[in-house]
Design a protein around this ligand. Structure first.
Ligand code: GLC
Ligand code: MG
Length: 419
């Protein structure tokens, strides 16, 4: 990971389904709380890693369904595919490791002989992962005889049972835990071992994450029986692992606090930012706060007389027309409460500040809005200054804001979008 020049302050390695993402919470509030916490306090010096059982196809589908951040590293298909950055560049070295004592054709052929196994969709069959559905009570016996057959062929495979219904066959060296160990080794070689690592999971394929030495771990409150059982048998006395009392992303936030890994108050849990003067010196915090204010303004969850609305500066509309921030803010006034009682949410992703002078920051980020099931995104560049002008709550002024709409949003009418 080239983004950080030194060790990450915190690396979070999180499973997605039922860990980062709660499929039983249609408002996605705990995920949005985590997002705001991450972007305001961690993004600039920490690493976010998603480790999912999903293939790239299903991972991309989930990203469209839920308000997820963009991770620095994406590990998919149960630790068999490691990719870096926004363009998801695959780690070729990892592929080499996985090829050892593995033959996907033999695995497919042998496993097709078991009537108890029902093949998962084509998208979930990957070069180093063959996946099935299986009855909970048959998983154990089937696993045993599968392993015997593969051994006869000279293969060394690993079989993982997850969610009480999925069965994945992988190379022995694969899996979420091995993929994390590989990453940590890589960071160590580069002299950039993260100061702290927190792993987060809920099901069987996450168990391995908790057995990596020196990492903190959180099993979310809604963790599956198979993970809790693994923990009881293998890691009961490890004080670095907790079973959270909160569900999904709220459990991750809880663990950050429990292990004192850094700030654990999400800006979404703060209603009065004016009380928080100069507590947070990271300009990312300013961006998160501003868009949270914007969401609350349109939902009429703040009072219609906020001093926050006073600002000077310039806003560059995608059309290229420059408007003063005052004009934008004037137009914002008329949108007060237009999303009242609706499912309107705003969140920012990849908020990356660069200091360009002692009192000026250039901050790049993506802004997402979801309203009535429709999702819109734009990339933004803002200049924040702590000098002159009318100051905002923690002493910084928005001097300039430039937005470019994403392709898919571009065709839509943005006349209703003040910022
Ligand atoms: C995800 C994958 C599936 C896998 C399961 C458990 O749901 O899509 O193929 O079996 O995770 O690892
Ligand atoms: Mg899960």
């Amino acid at each position: 990971m080239d983004r950080l020049k030194t060790s990450a302050r915190l690396m979070i390695v999180s499973d997605l389904d039922h860990t980062m993402v709660d499929h039983h919470e249609s408002e996605n509030l705990s995920l949005l709380r985590f997002n705001a916490l991450w972007e305001s306090n961690y993004r600039h010096d920490s690493l976010l890693v998603f480790s999912t059982g999903r293939s790239p196809t299903l991972y991309k589908e989930l990203r469209k369904e839920k308000p997820m951040l963009t991770p620095d590293i994406t590990i998919m298909s149960v630790g068999t595919e490691i990719t870096y950055g926004n363009s998801m560049v695959p780690d070729e070295g990892w592929v080499e490791v996985l090829n050892q004592k593995w033959d996907v054709n033999i695995v497919k052929e042998e496993s097709s002989k078991f009537r108890e196994l029902e093949l998962q969709p084509d998208t979930e069959q990957r070069p180093h992962k063959v996946s099935f559905k299986v009855d909970k009570d048959k998983a154990h016996v089937v696993t045993k005889s599968l392993l015997e057959r593969f051994e006869k062929h000279g293969l060394d495979v690993k079989i993982i049972h997850s969610g009480g219904m999925d069965l994945d066959i992988l190379p022995q060296g694969a899996g979420k835990g091995q993929a994390l160990a590989y990453l940590l080794k890589k960071f160590k070689t580069e002299g950039k071992l993260p100061n702290n690592t927190l792993v987060c999971g809920d099901s069987g394929n996450d168990a391995e994450l908790f057995s990596i030495p020196d990492v903190y771990g959180v099993m979310v409150s809604n963790a599956q029986e198979e993970l809790l059982q693994w923990h009881a048998e293998n890691a009961k006395n490890n004080p670095k692992i907790i079973h959270a009392t909160e569900r999904c992303a709220a459990g991750i936030i809880q663990a950050i606090g429990h292990f004192s890994l850094g700030p654990n108050t999400s800006p979404r849990d703060v209603m009065d930012f004016l009380d928080l003067k100069l507590e947070n010196v990271n300009p990312g915090h300013e961006v998160v706060k501003f868009y949270l204010f914007y969401e609350r303004w349109r939902r009429a969850e703040v009072e219609n007389s906020e001093p926050y609305l006073d600002s000077s500066g310039v806003f560059v509309h995608p059309s290229g027309i420059e408007l003063s921030l005052c004009e934008i803010i004037d137009s914002l006034r008329s949108y007060y409460g237009d999303e009242r009682g609706k499912r309107f949410r705003v969140w920012v992703d990849q908020v990356l500040p660069v200091q360009i002078s002692p009192d000026t920051w250039l901050v790049k980020f993506k802004k997402w809005e979801s309203s009535g099931g429709e999702l819109k995104c734009c990339t933004s560049t803002a200049i924040l200054s702590s000098k002159d002008g009318t100051t905002v709550s923690d002493g910084r002024t928005w001097v300039h804001l430039h937005q470019t709409w994403f392709e898919e949003s571009a065709s839509k009418d943005h006349s209703t979008w003040p910022i």
